[in-house]
Design a protein around this ligand. Structure first.
Ligand code: C2E
Ligand code: MG
Ligand code: MG
Ligand code: MG
Length: 287
């Protein structure tokens, strides 16, 4: 990419060449600064975990939450994960970051279950890179043990891309995680390229229908048909279903009628910092 920019720049004259090299330097500089800041963020504890509630339709209550990381860089406001997770994956920093999130979630969820919602289940996003770490399962087991959180209160959200990796290496890891009693959810379902046979080969407990389908409901007929098909398939395979990105009542009613048990989205609540999510749990209990 850098070479082709240079090539075009040289072709069209000296000033452009200077322009492009300056731009490339700026980009490299930006990247370097970001990396340095990210490494510091971990030691300086600049990360935060936000929680977005998951609502059960049967009871209209909060039954769970998804943990979503944020970065509070001093003087920079709140930085969303899409701006730093990909780079953290590239430089391997996702391993310590991922462990930190798991620890936060286990201790926090233990507290909420003991004090507010006894059957709360919290899910954590796990990058494919974290499955290259052979100690992942041991770390989860140790963190559950130390925090006192029952394994059934923890769910891991993985993406379809992971399942295209080496099944011989992945399957034992999945089985070990399942053997602990932790459940596994397939996030952003329908957006990847995974063959449906993976659903039989891997022990998946929950399918999370991607927001891109939900957002076009009910006006887009294809999204309606696909959503029905995904729900029917999950039911037939004995998996539970969660809809992500539910933004209005129309979508909620459509999903309810279609037999979807669990929903998450701005219609119910945005992801919230710990104290605000806790308030929601308290109100939820008093209803
Ligand atoms: P995801 O796991 O698919 O999470 C759902 C994303 O959709 C979140 O974005 C959430 O804020 C957003 N969302 C939820 N409901 C709605 C809605 O009704 N409308 C719209 N427009 N958006 C909604 P967020 O928090 O920016 O996270 C983006 C992605 O970053 C996540 O996608 C996940 O892939 C990744 N991520 C977040 N936290 C972690 C983490 O701790 N570890 C790893 N490895 N990845 C993480
Ligand atoms: Mg997720
Ligand atoms: Mg998702
Ligand atoms: Mg997503």
């Amino acid at each position: 990419c850098a070479d082709s920019a240079m090539y075009h720049a040289k072709e069209s004259g000296r000033n452009n060449y200077q322009f492009f090299t300056t731009e490339l330097n700026t980009r490299a500089q930006h990247r370097y600064t970001l990396e340095t800041n990210l490494r510091r963020a971990l030691t300086e504890q600049e990360f935060l975990v936000y929680y977005q509630p998951k609502i059960s339709l049967q009871t209209s209550r909060i039954v769970g939450a998804e943990a979503l990381i944020r970065w509070q860089m001093p003087g920079q406001g709140l930085i969303p994960p899409n701006e730093f997770i990909p780079i953290s994956e590239e430089i391997g920093l996702i391993l310590p970051i991922g462990r930190w999130v798991l620890e936060q979630v286990c201790y926090q969820t233990k507290y909420w279950r003991d004090n507010l919602v006894p059957d709360l289940v919290v899910s954590v996003n796990i990058s494919p890179r974290q499955f290259q770490d052979v100690t992942l399962c041991d770390f989860i087991a140790a963190t559950l043990q130390e925090s006192g959180l029952p394994p059934s209160a923890l769910q891991l959200e993985i993406t379809e891309g992971l399942l295209m990796g080496e099944i011989d290496r992945l399957l034992p890891m999945f089985n070990a995680i399942k053997a602990l009693g932790v459940s596994i959810s397939l996030d952003d379902f329908g957006t990847g390229f995974s063959s449906l046979s993976y659903l039989q080969r891997f022990p998946i407990d929950n399918l999370k229908i991607d927001r891109s389908f939900i957002s076009k409901i009910p006006e887009n007929q294809d999204s309606v048909v696909l959503t029905h098909a995904i729900i029917a398939m999950a039911n037939a395979l004995g998996m539970s279903i969660t809809a992500e990105g539910v933004e209005n009542a129309e979508q909620m009613f459509f999903l309810t009628d279609s037999g979807c048990q669990e929903m998450q989205g701005y219609y119910f609540s945005k992801p919230l910092p710990v104290e605000q999510f806790e308030k929601l749990l308290k109100n939820n209990r008093q209803q």
